[in-house]
Design a protein around this ligand. Sequence first.
Ligand SMILES: *Cc1c(COP(=O)(O)O)cnc(C)c1O
Length: 366
Amino acid sequence: MGYAPQAVIDHAALRHNLQQVRRSASASRIWSVIKANAYGHGIERVARALLNTDGFAVARIDEALNLRQGGFDHPIMIMGGCYTQEALMLAARNGFEVTVHDNQQLSLFDALSLGTHTLTVWLKVDTGMHRLGFPLDHIDQIINRLRALSCVKQLNLMTHLANADDRGDSATQTQLAHFDSLPLHAFSQCSIANSAGVLGFRESHRDWVRPGIMLYGVSPFVGSSADDEGLQPVMTLRSRVIAVRQCQQGDRVGYGGAYECPEAMPVVVVAAGYGDGYPRHAVEGTPVLVEGRRLPLIGRVSMDMITLDARNYPSVKVGDEVVLWGRGLPVEEVAQKAGTIGYELLCGVTSRVNFIDQNVDEDKEV
Ligand SMILES: *Cc1c(COP(=O)(O)O)cnc(C)c1O
């Protein structure tokens, strides 16, 4: 390991977390959500670790094409649907399942129906999130339109939950009630649940669940940890100590002199910064693990470096191993200190960070 950040991706943890989805939603099939380069982990390596899934869900057609070209012949759903005729044709040719969330997308299916291609369509209904999806009172009419199209091989129904990260929020029950007010018999398959739905709302499971963040070992709930939910962190972002300084009382550390040493103290410099995806907004006191000890962040986060208060680990030395998040330090905790969520930190690890695969031996062959 060099003196630069590395993202270690634990395939055994991915397989374990998929197993946790199976345990929680044993009657449902699983769309493993691997959009955004598998939440920053790398789409191909993650897909390889999750071959036991029933299908893969992505946001955009390019992600779906990547997977197919990588040799994955699973069902693949494009959750954002298609926006051009060419994209829809490509989707049909590759056997992708696509959502349709508005009339503009729907009109693309008219032209496709002039040919011989068919595909499975997921009608997306807005049950309360007010982002994508047809309004509830348009659904009858849209069902009729889709049924008249020869390119629609199978018609399914999906919605997305806005507030399921809070187990006590009644908005989820309202969304489920809206979903159940629809003519569900008109659809072959239904899907509602994201990770929070999988773990927190059994009634949301239906035919297919769509977990994302839990596969990566992060709790989808505010105020619960991955450990509480039986999940194992997949990404460990690690680096090394590159300098140890003995500072004097009153010395100011880093850009803007944002931290002033209250006494003579050891200050540690770690090779990791916002140029690697470590959040620049992490506040003073954000924990960082050095050889397993929690040291508080001090001063501003630089592009390539951070500085830590090493008073409770005076024997710290250059080369000591550092964990920015992952095993032993939940990414949720770091995210909270930076005013964001684990999802954003995982997605934001930059391309100069080396990715290393761990425990790949039990992955199956593609
Ligand atoms: C991203 C996404 C998911 C997965 O959400 P998590 O909170 O990561 O489990 C499920 N469904 C849709 C439509 C999504 O966009």
